[in-house]
Design a protein around this ligand. Structure first.
Ligand code: SF4
Ligand code: SF4
Length: 430
């Protein structure tokens, strides 16, 4: 990575502490990613993005801000990027996916809460994440209790706008969320100084849909028997989608998909044909949380799909592009976003249907239900999901785990036993 010290200094980064983070990441990435065999050539772009994770993109954002542009940092897939872009702003995803930030988070939050929240708060108050430092405004949401209370604390350190997310999906809830998107629009307009017009909103609805389409194209390549890409690599691409320049991301991911489709034609696979295919469902995996995919793919399995916010929840379903007035566009945005089946909704039958549908679409052999500790919504929802999967005869195992690798050995043992059972199921079915 080039020398970005001056840039980081200008962003008020704690340089000494930040150096510690920069020291561990390349080795961590190397061990997890560069040890994979037969990766597609197109992954070089994403390797580059990670190697420059606190450099190149931060410099771009800094240049953008230097010209008067505003950056909005979000924590959830309910924040509508279309609106931010329509006001000439840039939205970036900020969820903390590293253990590194947890101790700073624990200085102001209880220890017994979700590590994603602790890491998100810790990254800001410790001054070690240049993305947090590049955001002119943070955007929180009232999804789970931990998050909505954490925003009150985060608000003492930096400006934050909180969107009120309804917890049910009735018509009036969709109307309410439409109002919330409208309030967000006003907020974004006041920060950027630019108006969101029906014209530029329409253009950006199309642009964000284009990003969703390319991610769907990537995921389609994982439905085939001979997998042209690992689950780990697909996860990395989804994670990068949250903060990369949108046009470049679409272009690079389309290029990669060309390569993957050519691989499919030539039957080039990164796994043996009989490797158990796993659908992962559960809490989001923010960069650099690659733990569960790494454990699965080094224990004899292959991840074929993620029913998570760093997976299908992020890109499935498009916003209707055919509206020409602001009011109908806001309604269309609300309808699309309220279609996301986060466990914070009650009831949340849609998620169960999604899991069963995706299991079939991706020809999975089993489901790993992954939850971060102290995430009550996802942990409680496990019972309903398991009951439904049992009825369908779909094997499922629950793994609750945080970001540390202390439990890696124990999880691998459980996964190996699960895969053995899946292999036996396949043999019996023959
Ligand atoms: S799991 Fe729910 S709260 Fe968390 S990012 Fe996804 S939609 Fe937002
Ligand atoms: S993982 Fe669960 S507890 Fe953590 S932020 Fe998401 S919904 Fe909240």
């Amino acid at each position: 990575m080039a020398d970005y010290k001056e840039l980081w200094k200008s962003l008020d980064i704690d340089l000494e502490k930040h150096d510690e983070l920069c020291e561990v990441l390349p080795e961590f990435y190397g061990d997890i990613y560069m040890t994979q065999k037969n990766r597609p050539e197109g992954m070089n772009y994403y390797n580059f993005v990670v190697s420059e994770i606190h450099g190149f993109r931060i410099k771009e954002l800094n240049e953008f801000r230097g010209k008067g542009g505003k950056v909005f940092g979000g924590f959830c897939v309910f924040v509508p990027d279309e609106v931010t872009l329509a006001a000439g702003g840039v939205g970036i995803g900020l969820c903390g996916g590293s253990d590194f930030w947890v101790p700073d988070g624990e200085k102001v939050l209880p220890r017994n809460m979700c590590p994603l929240i602790k890491a998100s708060v810790g990254a800001k108050i410790g001054g070690t994440c240049p993305y947090f430092q590049s955001a002119d405004m943070l955007v929180g949401e009232t999804t789970c209790d931990g998050k909505k209370k954490a925003w009150e604390i985060l608000g003492e350190y930096t400006p934050i706008h909180v969107m009120d997310l309804p917890q049910m999906k009735r018509e009036k809830d969709i109307e309410n969320f439409k109002d919330e998107i409208n309030i967000f629009r006003e907020k974004v307009e006041s920060i950027t100084g630019n108006k969101v017009t029906a014209e530029n909103l329409k253009e950006n609805i199309k642009l964000v849909n284009k990003k969703r389409k390319v991610l769907q194209r990537l995921y389609n390549a994982r439905k085939v028997q001979n997998l042209p890409i690992s689950g780990k690599d697909a996860l990395l691409i989804s994670q990068i989608a949250f903060y990369d320049d949108i046009e470049r991301f679409i272009e690079k991911t389309n290029e990669l998909c060309d390569e993957l489709e050519a691989r499919i034609e030539k039957n080039i696979s990164v796994f043996d044909e009989d490797t158990p295919r796993i659908l992962i469902t559960g809490t989001p995996m923010a960069i650099p949380n690659w733990k569960m995919h790494h454990l699965i793919e080094t224990s004899g399995g292959a991840v074929v799909c993620e029913e998570t916010c760093t997976g299908t929840k992020y890109f499935e379903r498009f916003v209707d592009e055919d509206n020409d007035d602001l009011d109908s566009q806001l309604k269309a945005l609300s309808e699309r976003y309220m279609g996301i089946n986060c466990a914070c909704f009650s009831p949340n039958e849609g998620r169960i249907k999604d899991i069963i549908r995706l299991y079939k679409e991706y020809n999975a052999d089993g489901v790993v239900y992954n939850s971060l500790p102290f995430c009550h919504t996802y942990a409680v929802e496990y019972k309903k999901v398991k009951d439904a999967l049992d009825k369908e005869g779909i094997p499922v195992m629950m793994i609750e785990s945080d970001y540390s690798m202390q439990d890696a050995g124990q999880i691998k043992t459980r996964l190996e036993a699960f895969f053995e059972m899946l292999n036996m199921n396949k043999e019996l079915a023959l």
